[in-house]
Design a protein around this ligand. Structure first.
Ligand SMILES: [Zn+2]
Ligand SMILES: [Zn+2]
Length: 147
């Protein structure tokens, strides 16, 4: 079940927030009263920036999945998610798109290696086959000569 996050401060029912990422959580600041909240995002390794990926607007509505206790943000103007960046193990920030391309490249590399391994196996089988054929030829010759 998804619930819209509304500011809890008495007398405030703001539902638009400024957001930033702190320690893998969304820090949301109510635009009406400035109250701050921390929510779990469940984001693996990426940080949310404070602006919409599409229209650069900086106010977001927050939605909370009651079942998983994860919160996500949608631009209050156009409904798109905030811009995301990844921080790689060297601390270098890369965009979501770059990260996707990197993952695809890694997968292609893995597929490439599997193909390579398969080729080696096929070569092994072919080599095995030719040894077998040589042995059979030898046995045939031996049997024939023995008669
Ligand atoms: Zn508020
Ligand atoms: Zn937007």
């Amino acid at each position: 079940m998804i619930r819209t996050v509304v500011c809890h401060k008495e007398g405030c029912c703001g539902n638009k927030f400024f957001i930033e990422t702190i320690d893998n959580k969304i820090k949301a600041t109510c635009r009406e009263c400035g109250n701050e909240y921390l929510y779990d995002t469940g984001n693996d390794g990426y940080e949310l920036l404070s602006t919409c990926e599409s229209c650069k607007n900086d106010s977001f509505k927050l939605f909370r999945n009651i079942n998983t206790n994860k919160t996500y943000a949608k631009c209050s103007e156009c409904g798109n998610p905030p811009e995301r960046i990844f921080v790689d193990p060297d601390g270098i920030q890369i965009t979501y798109e770059t990260k996707l391309i990197q993952e695809i490249k890694e997968q292609l590399h893995t597929i490439d290696q599997r193909l390579c391994n398969l080729n080696i196996k096929v070569e092994d089988i072919e080599r095995g086959q030719s040894i077998l054929e040589e042995s059979l030829a030898y046995i045939n010759k031996y049997i024939l000569e023995d008669r």
